[in-house]
Design a protein. Structure first.
Length: 285
């Protein structure tokens, strides 16, 4: 390795390290704020607290309107309902786009991809009116029903790209043995698609966990709140009006860190499958 290439390598790694450190700054600020006192968290910002206050985590669980385990259970329930519908319908749709060489297949797929350009807020009002008319307000149905109709175009695209990386010889061998399309899908394709399915589950878990927009529209009962709604409620503890609005950032940061534990556990468990899926979805177009 010559000196010029060594300098270039050192420069690139230095830039990557600085970029990584800059991305970690918000997390570091969140952790340090969770140990501050109330006065330090709402006063002039400084990075390190004068004294680390571990009582914030105890105070979070002591809050009357914040039930961590209830919000976690509700969030996990919504995630499971959404994940089952998405994996089932999107894999079936992607399987049809890959396996059946019908006329205008590529045009249909292009039209599907164009739907990604539509903002979700565009359908918020008509969907709200529809769900309200059938009596689904303050229920979880509006949050997961659409997932059972193959509406996630990105997941369809991801599964299609993953399926195209699987050798066609496997399907041909199964057809020679007399396997039906459903048997090929359930016995061959799905077991081989574990990395893609794990990626779908991770993305849906983090998306459901961070979703505040949907639950705020449809869920009003405290015992049905999600984790995002629970953390939002902590921000409103001292909300006495537009002129007297103080956010207890020490408690909000502590609650946010506690809520991150399940996300970190899931990602750490499924990281290998996630990276494998991201590498394979771009093999064939």
């Amino acid at each position: 390795m010559n000196r010029k290439s060594l300098k270039v390598k050192i420069f690139l790694y230095s830039c990557l390290i600085l970029l990584s450190l800059s991305l970690l700054l918000p997390l570091a600020s969140l952790i340090l704020t969770s140990f501050k006192t109330f006065d330090e968290s709402v006063g002039v910002y400084k990075w390190v607290p004068n004294q680390f206050n571990f009582n914030n985590y105890r105070d979070v669980f002591a809050l009357e309107d914040f039930n961590y385990w209830t919000y976690l259970r509700n969030t996990l329930l919504i995630f499971v309902l959404k994940a089952v519908g998405t994996v089932l319908t999107c894999t079936l749709t992607a399987y049809g786009l890959v396996r059946f060489n019908v006329k205008y297949r590529n045009i249909v797929f292009t039209v599907l991809l164009s739907v990604i350009l539509l903002p979700g807020e565009l359908l918020a009002i008509p969907m709200y009116q529809m769900y309200l008319s059938v009596g689904w307000f303050d229920t979880y149905y509006p949050l997961f029903t659409a997932c059972y109709f193959g509406t996630d175009v990105f997941m369809i695209f991801m599964f299609r790209q993953f399926f195209m990386s699987i050798p066609k010889e496997l399907f041909e061998a199964a057809e020679t043995d007399g396997a039906s399309e459903f048997k090929i899908y359930s016995r061959i394709l799905l077991p081989l698609s574990r990395p893609a399915i794990m990626t779908c589950l991770i993305l849906y878990f983090t998306g459901t966990y961070n979703d505040l927009y949907g639950p705020l529209i449809y869920i009003s009962s405290h015992d049905k709140w999600t984790m995002a709604q629970g953390i939002k409620s902590i921000e409103d503890i001292f909300n006495l009006g537009p002129r007297d609005y103080i956010v207890p950032w020490n408690l909000v940061s502590a609650a946010t860190l506690l809520s991150l534990i399940p996300v970190l556990l899931v990602f750490g468990f499924a990281q290998k499958q996630f990276m494998d899926s991201m590498a394979r979805t771009g093999i064939k177009g």
